[in-house]
Design a protein around this ligand. Structure first.
Ligand code: GAR
Length: 194
């Protein structure tokens, strides 16, 4: 199973996924890192970890479809089977959704459907929620919507700051995401054998 990871920023989840492949938690290969931010730190991580990467400036394309068509060409060339969004801050369009039906997985730092969007951790914290968490789900055309594959809770305790909460959420993400991806891979492998 060949995976492409899409990321827009820091890339701590990307790095955790690469380690999970090395440790055998994920039975697959990370064939490509795709970023929509040419300056993102995740590209430095990819270089260090010897994962091929490609970066785009979506604004430079005449449309979302044109941008995604270009991405798709790279995915085909890398023979990608499954797309994993790890902090990819962009809504996936029809071009990619139709090319990878039920084969795009996203991670989000909240208990969806609560606190979707770009700042799920901060939104839960500012809302003084008693708990938040991490959700892994299949991607559809919405913002952080689609069938849930895995979800775990994190308590927001009185002594928590936004920094301590972020640390707890990221630690959980790095553990939950590889396991959820591996479950999907297993299902796809079963279907392949049928
Ligand atoms: C992660 O917390 C991920 O759940 C979130 O972006 C962060 C990326 O961190 N994704 C979303 O908010 C999607 N709506 P990372 O770059 O260190 O992996």
């Amino acid at each position: 199973m060949r995976l492409a990871v899409f990321a827009s920023g820091n890339g701590s989840n990307f790095e955790a996924l690469v380690h999970s492949v090395h440790e055998g938690v994920i039975d697959g290969k990370i064939a490509l890192l795709v970023s929509d931010q040419p300056d993102a730190y995740v590209l430095t991580r990819a270089k260090k970890l010897n994962v091929p990467s490609v970066a785009f400036t979506p604004k430079a394309f005449e449309s979302k479809a044109a941008y995604e068509k270009e991405v798709l060409d790279h995915l085909k060339e890398a023979k990608v089977d499954l797309i994993v969004l790890a902090g990819y801050m962009r809504i996936v369009g029809k071009t990619l959704l139709q090319a990878f039906p039920e084969r795009i997985i996203n991670i989000h730092p909240s208990l969806l459907p609560n606190y979707p969007g770009r700042q799920g951790i901060l939104d839960a914290f500012m809302d003084k929620a008693e708990q938040t968490g991490v959700t892994v789900h299949l991607v559809d055309e919405g913002v952080d919507t689609g069938p849930i594959l895995a979800q775990e809770t994190v308590a927001i305790e009185e002594h928590d700051t936004i920094d301590s909460l972020e640390r707890k959420i990221h630690a959980l993400e790095h553990e939950l995401f590889p396991k959820a991806i591996q479950k999907v891979i297993k299902e796809l492998q079963k279907e392949h054998v049928k």
